[in-house]
Design a protein around this ligand. Structure first.
Ligand code: NAP
Length: 251
């Protein structure tokens, strides 16, 4: 059997209606996993793609800017699929402004979705994985701003740097329990998240000039890393960030 096979596994993917989350859900389903898609916008296209692959799909409606949905996400997934094997913390937002003008709202909104809810959802899923006693795979979607400061996105840089720290902290605690906690650090991908950057001619040109691969990432470029970190192929990989960046960090 392929070490990348996910047949019989259940994966929760947050923010799976679009962009990288949609591509990750589809890649995991292609490898054999059933998908619980968590988010605030109905994941119509993702359901279609996953079911077309012959996998089961369940949509859990949740606003991840608060802690409210956390226990519901775990119980609904377990009721529907019988357990949880994989969690992909993909949902995230970005707010852009000069640091000198940055508001408390722009700070809190980003930290709540990208870091606070992500941590507590991971805690709830991790508890469930420990009860199940068959290990598990947790994948956080980090960023180049887990390594770098970025331009005019201080709360985003703080949240993604924090997420790298949380990834390592949880790996230290849970590796011995058979739960792998790792992250993917995407470079610059064409999604809603980067629409403002791509429509700024100068920023867009500067970013492209630094990417050795010579192009922005396409959502499909992320799936292989997600399948690797979700599968037995990564059983001895803990607490690391896997950059999928067209070579950006190597520059
Ligand atoms: P995107 O197209 O904007 O997708 C973001 C996803 O998060 C959407 O599904 C969105 O749902 C969901 N989300 C946001 N706030 C939410 C909330 N309060 N409750 C529930 N769901 C919420 O951007 P993307 O590029 O695919 O981003 C996915 C992840 O990759 C993010 O964590 C982002 O920071 C990270 N990332 C992206 C890039 C890039 O170049 N694109 C680079 C590095 C890291 P709605 O559609 O309902 O808003």
């Amino acid at each position: 059997m392929s070490p990348f096979d996910l047949t019989g596994k259940t994966a929760i993917v947050t923010g799976a209606n679009t962009g990288l989350g949609q591509a990750i859900a589809t890649a995991l389903a292609t490898a054999g996993a059933d998908i619980a898609a968590v988010g605030r916008t109905p994941p119509v296209d993702t359901r279609f793609a996953v079911e077309a692959l012959g996998r089961r799909f369940h949509d859990i409606s949740a606003d991840l800017s608060t802690m409210e949905p956390i226990s519901r996400i775990v119980s609904e997934t377990v009721d529907h699929f019988g357990g949880i094997d994989i969690l992909v913390n993909n949902a995230g937002i970005i707010r852009r402004n000069d640091a000198a003008l940055f508001t408390e709202d722009d700070w809190d909104a980003v930290m709540d979705v990208n870091l606070k809810t992500t941590f507590f959802l991971t805690q709830a899923v991790g508890r469930r994985m420990m009860e199940q006693g068959r290990g598990g795979k947790i994948i956080n979607i980090a960023s180049m701003l887990s390594y770098q400061g970025g331009v005019r996105v201080p709360s985003y840089a703080a949240s993604k740097s924090g997420l790298a720290g949380v990834t390592r902290a949880l790996a230290n605690e849970w590796a011995g329990k058979g739960i792998n906690v790792n992250a993917i650090a995407p470079g610059y991908f064409s999604t809603n998240n980067t629409e403002a950057l791509r429509s700024d001619e100068i920023r867009s040109r500067d970013i492209l000039a630094r990417i050795p691969a010579g192009r922005w990432g396409r959502p499909d470029d992320i799936g292989g890393a997600a399948v690797f970190l979700a599968s037995a192929a990564s059983d001895y990989v803990h607490g690391t960030l896997v950059p999928v960046d067209g070579g950006w960090l190597a520059r």
